[in-house]
Design a protein. Structure first.
Ligand code: GLN
Length: 305
């Protein structure tokens, strides 16, 4: 496996020169576009890795499935569905999913920004601090790493430059889709996106999802299997935003991307995969990361289709 990963990394490295590092969050613009790393955790507990797997980065949108899981654990499936829909938007992650004069919950899903911002309001807790603490706790359990914290520079950078997300949140509020104090909700969302992880953390998270809610090796049940089914299905249809259809054809596994250049993939019953390659394609997905997963999927017959 290590040899395979090393070979695929070498084959995909040229793609790191073709994409662009995100800079609408200035802190992300400082990332090294040449970085490339992968980490795989098999269902039997075997770990394999190559390249810059231990470089830390902010989780960004890969936190969205964890936000959804926490919302499901606190409220159940029906309550979550009544607040945010489950259909692919076919639009960019930060799109304003409103019609001419309408914006209803069916236009959203938890993998785009508007849906994820609503998820922040569904997490139980007396204060937003406590809500965030509970989300961080779930992230640590899934990632198998108690030391995971927040990248303060990424958090401050997005909080200062997050006008688009601020606009999305106020729009949700104006349509009655968001309860609570908008700035507090946004603070929770920005903090969530700034949780600092590496490829191994993402492989762990993918392994729990691929194992239907149980941590591999320890067997600890973190959430019910029905929630894993829910999240994995949404990852297939919406996890790569408006690139989800092409990704399903080329790779064919539940996965989530983030603008820091990471991809978390959960191959049902088989493995969790974490990838880091910060140069992005036009849709905000890791360019070399998708190529790496495509090759890995072909070599190991990972596609679920
Ligand atoms: N924090 C980022 C944002 O809201 C996350 C987006 C992403 O990773 N696609 O813009």
């Amino acid at each position: 496996m290590e040899e395979l990963l090393e070979r695929l990394l070498a084959e995909c490295r040229p793609w790191t020169e073709r994409g662009r590092v995100a800079d609408y969050i200035p802190e992300l613009g400082k990332q090294d576009p040449a970085a490339l790393g992968v980490y795989v955790i098999g269902s039997e507990g075997r770990h394999s890795w190559a390249g810059d797997w231990d470089k830390p980065f902010s989780i960004q949108s890969v936190v969205k499935p964890i936000l959804l899981l926490q919302a499901l654990m606190d409220n159940g499936i029906e309550a979550v569905q009544s607040r945010v829909g489950m259909e692919a938007t076919g639009k960019p992650f930060d799109a304003i999913n409103a019609g001419e004069q309408t914006l209803d919950s069916a236009h959203l899903n938890p993998m785009v920004n508007m849906g994820a911002i609503v998820m922040c309001t569904l997490i139980h807790g007396g204060s937003y601090e406590e809500r965030f603490r509970r989300l961080l706790e779930l992230t640590r359990r899934m990632a198998g790493d108690e030391s995971i914290g927040v990248d303060e520079a990424a958090y401050r950078s997005e909080k200062t430059h997050g006008s688009k997300n601020r606009a999305l949140a106020y729009l949700l509020k104006s349509y009655g889709l968001l309860e609570g104090d908008v700035e507090e909700v946004l603070d929770c969302y920005f903090r969530a996106c700034a949780i600092r992880v590496n490829c191994r953390s993402l492989a762990h998270i993918g392994a729990v999802l691929s194992n239907r809610g149980r941590a591999p090796v320890s067997g600890e049940r973190i959430f019910p299997s029905a929630f894993a089914r829910y999240v994995n299905a949404i990852l297939v249809t919406c996890g790569m935003y408006d690139g989800s259809g092409e990704f399903a054809i080329r790779v064919g596994v539940p996965a989530k991307s983030g603008v820091s250049g990471s991809i978390m993939a959960a191959v049902p019953t088989r493995m969790g995969i974490g990838i880091f390659a910060p140069a992005l394609d036009g849709k905000g997905n890791s360019l070399a990361g998708i190529h790496l997963l495509e090759r890995l999927s072909k070599e190991l017959y990972l596609s679920i289709f």
